[in-house]
Design a protein around this ligand. Structure first.
Ligand code: GDG
Length: 501
């Protein structure tokens, strides 16, 4: 890991600081595209659903303890009915302690702001896949308009000059500017969950100047890795008239100073462990085995992804096909479970990916399957956490092969769930998590099919002692840098800036 000052220090505290203790009188406002709770109509009655998502479930307890407001797109079918005339509802449902303010989006906004600019422009751009970027003037127009609408929603709830406003992710590159221009005293911060590309890639986006200007309206901008910080600083120094201090992660721009720092996101390791050790995971495992006919015998390799082209699912299947072809003793001894959840299916690229993955799985199963054994088992349903925990716990090998990934929480979740016989993590060198876990995982390059296959074979044959040692080191890493540590580091940094330290 780089030791420049863009990597925020691991401050340790007597007791964990909370947003309330750090920001005193300022109201805390969180802004994200996804909401922590949706209301759905089910057989006539309204039910509350917690959309599964690592981040929303990690930030919900923080909001519950600080109070304040969470502003998000109201995407649930019965959200309007369950909210008051201002689009607000108090949550968590079991003991309400903060306000959820829902922003209603039209179908056109969903098409152009969400599927369009966010997921057909910024997503491929930030993953350095410029060939997949789709240009359409409507995308940008509605991205701007929707960012304005979110900024207005924040303003409806609070005076930004007396608030700390924390934006999550690439859906809101412009909203901080729309807040700042009207409320210079606001404290704005943002965490960018996906990679930040190099300048030559970022420059291919015609809106580069306005995007950077929007993000520089924050006081603090966080990325997972120092590398992404450096890329961002580089883009700013090329595109804007700004003073960039790369070593200290500071940008002087438009009469203000913006801090840019790395905060590698962690997971709730205690929760993952509890889930993996729980009785429910045991029951779920039995049920998964029966439903999907997962064999008792042999070893199990696992992949868990949203079906996204950045996750390298086709490359992983190519490596496995090579393995079963050239390492015949793996046949009937190593089964691969692909837990892939459909994602963004309104976008052509994602439909093609689903079709290609399906076709490849079918071909592999036709080539190597026998009457009693199926090499690849696809689980496309969204699973409850306890079922996911069962898969993580029972897997002998976890395959993470993204072509680019801001962090990748699956790698960390697998490690935290390895409560029984330790398995092996096979990790692409192109994911953010590789910086923390690469030393004790087995590293692969997703596009080097033969070497990837050989590494899976190495994982399969690894002696128990080496597996144990590697897993112990991985666990230490994941437990030390967990979600609490991440929140602490981000909030402490924000508080230092706010108090001029
Ligand atoms: C973005 C960045 C960054 C998956 N299937 C099920 C399920 N999941 C959960 C996993 C995990 C999450 O989805 C996927 O997280 P990732 O980190 O792998 O990826 P992205 O969704 O692309 O997230 C990424 C992340 O933001 C955070 O900053 O790490 O780089 O791309 O938590 O467990 N959960 C349940 N059932 C499933 O079937 N319950």
């Amino acid at each position: 890991m780089s030791n420049t000052n863009t990597t925020a220090s691991d401050s340790s505290f007597e007791s964990p600081p909370t947003a309330t203790s750090l920001f005193e009188n300022r109201e805390f406002v969180l802004v994200s595209n996804r909401e922590p709770y949706t209301h759905e109509r089910d057989d006539g009655s309204i039910t509350v659903v917690r959309p599964a998502g690592g981040l929303t479930s990690a930030l919900d307890p923080m909001m519950a303890s600080t109070g304040g407001t969470w502003v998000a797109w109201g995407s649930g079918g019965a959200d309007d009915e369950a909210s008051d005339e201002n689009g607000c509802v108090r949550v968590p449902p079991e003991s309400p302690s903060y306000e959820l303010k829902r922003v209603s989006l039209t179908e056109e906004q969903v098409r152009n702001y969400y599927y369009g600019y966010s997921n057909k422009v910024l997503w491929p751009l930030c993953h350095s896949d410029t060939a997949k970027v789709t240009s359409d003037a409507r995308f940008w127009r509605q991205y701007r308009e929707t960012n304005r609408q979110f900024a207005a929603a924040v303003r409806e709830r609070t005076d930004p000059s007396n608030a700390v406003i924390w934006f999550q992710d690439y859906h809101f590159a412009l909203a901080p500017r729309y807040i700042r221009d009207q409320s210079p005293g606001a404290f704005c911060m943002q965490f960018w969950h996906i990679p930040w590309p190099s300048w030559d890639v970022f420059q291919s986006c015609p809106q580069y100047e306005e995007l950077l200007d929007g993000l520089l309206a924050n006081d603090l901008l966080g990325f997972h890795l120092d590398q992404y910080c450096q890329n961002f600083l580089d883009c700013v120094s090329h595109a804007l008239d700004a003073d960039v201090d790369r070593n200290r992660g500071r940008i002087d721009y438009d009469g203000r100073t913006v801090r840019v720092a790395a905060f590698p996101l962690g997971i709730d390791t205690a929760e993952r462990r509890t889930l993996a050790e729980g009785k429910e995971a045991g029951e779920q495992w039995e049920s998964l085995r029966k439903t999907y006919r997962i064999p008792d015998e042999g070893q199990l390799a696992l992949g868990v992804d949203r079906l996204d082209y950045t996750k390298g699912i086709e490359q992983r299947l190519a490596a496995l096909e090579h393995l079963w072809e050239w390492y015949p003793d793996c046949r009937e001894r190593l089964t691969y479970v692909q837990k892939a959840t459909e994602s963004r299916s309104r976008i052509d690229e994602y439909q093609h990916l689903q079709a290609n993955v399906g076709a490849r799985v079918e071909r592999i199963n036709d080539r190597f399957g026998t009457e009693t054994w199926q090499p690849v088992i696809s689980i496309n349903d969204h699973l409850p956490q306890s079922a996911l925990a069962a898969l993580y716990r029972e897997a002998d090998i976890c395959l993470v092969s993204s072509l680019r990934d801001g962090m990748n929480l699956v790698a960390k979740e697998f490690v935290a769930s390895q409560v029984a016989d330790p398995g092996v993590l096979v990790l692409s060198e192109l994911v953010g998590a590789h910086e923390e876990l690469g030393e004790s995982a087995l590293t692969v390059h997703p596009n080097d099919t033969e070497a990837f296959a050989a590494t899976v074979d190495q994982a399969r044959m690894m002696e128990p002692e080496e597996r144990s040692n590697r897993m112990r080191r991985l666990r230490e890493q994941v437990e030390t840098n967990d979600i609490e540590q991440w929140k602490r580091n981000v909030l402490r940094e924000a508080s230092d800036i706010l108090h001029g330290c």
